[in-house]
Design a protein around this ligand. Structure first.
Ligand SMILES: Nc1ncnc2c1ncn2[C@@H]1O[C@H](COP(=O)(O)OP(=O)(O)OP(=O)(O)O)[C@@H](O)[C@H]1O
Ligand SMILES: [Mg+2]
Length: 254
């Protein structure tokens, strides 16, 4: 098996008395694809925040390529090759698809936006943009304003933006949330066709979609890992069924 890329050892994120993430340990190998399942409030997004540095883990250790990044800044982690997409859409709606990609490549955030003047991508940026557009099925939308593309295409654009930094691991937080059945199919195809050397961690409430895309599944419940296994093992797992499968989203109280 390939080398361990990302290693979590007893990671906890506590908000006061609430252990949103509690003693989570797992290894992600280079190129491996893992789904994180679990009901609302299980701690999935908080775990992503601890990995990307938006939240600093309260306990435990996170390693990337064997070096501890537990307290590293989000920027440093991004430079090392950790990228993510967000559960909530996070785009510049008044700019074109291409300009959103250019902003992502140049690392410009909302706070610096007022200083940014639209200009042409250079040759290197051009090839990054073309590759990201093609991987995410957005070639036709390149010059369209983001507000005028469909919601599904906006989610594809977020994925495209996360690819511009050539990450080694990509964290996808509910990439298919809110999509129509047809848009879900496109998103699944895009994820499926991502480069095999790119490791993925996918949070997804659509279990069949998730299980079809990954090598391994981690099921979280109340901050901890409840069950871990291959997609087929998870499908038939009684514990997973009880806490999650077959229950409509938002039906649980927590
Ligand atoms: N900044 C915060 N301060 C306090 N509590 C928080 C904070 N962020 C998350 N929580 C709590 O931590 C728990 C885990 O939240 P999290 O968003 O990680 O769940 P999730 O598994 O991503 O859920 P969902 O499927 O609804 O997105 C929840 O009880 C949530 O209310
Ligand atoms: Mg979440």
């Amino acid at each position: 098996m390939s080398a361990v890329l990302l290693q979590l050892n007893q990671v906890g994120v506590h908000f006061g008395a609430l252990k949103a993430v509690d003693q989570v340990s797992f290894d992600l190998h280079a190129g491996e694809r893992v789904a994180i399942l679990g009901p609302n409030g299980a701690g999935k997004t908080t775990l992503f925040n601890a990995i990307t540095g938006m939240t600093i883990a309260t306990t435990g250790d996170i390693r990337f390529s064997a070096k501890s990044i537990t307290k590293a800044s989000p920027n440093h982690r991004a430079e090392l090759g950790i990228a993510r997409t967000f559960q909530i859409t996070n785009l510049f709606f008044g700019l074109s698809v291409e300009d959103n990609l250019l902003l992502a490549i140049r690392g410009l955030r909302r706070s610096k936006f007022s200083f940014w003047r639209s200009n042409q991508p250079n040759t290197n940026e051009e090839s990054i943009i073309e590759s990201a557009l093609s991987r995410c099925h957005l070639d036709q939308q390149r010059h369209t304003l983001v507000k005028d593309i469909s919601y599904g295409e906006q989610r594809q654009l977020e994925l495209a933006m996360s690819l511009t930094s050539s990450p080694r691991v990509l964290l996808l937080d509910e990439p298919a949330a809110g999509l129509s059945p047809a848009e879900r199919v496109v998103m699944a195809q895009v994820i499926q066709a991502l480069p095999r050397e790119l490791a993925l961690i996918l949070i997804e409430h659509d279990i069949e979609l998730a299980l079809g895309l990954v090598d391994r599944v981690i099921c979280m419940y109340q901050g901890s890992i409840l069950v871990e296994g291959k997609p087929d093992e998870i499908r038939g797992n009684q514990q997973v069924q009880e806490i999650y499968l077959g229950k409509p989203r938002h039906a649980r109280s927590h």
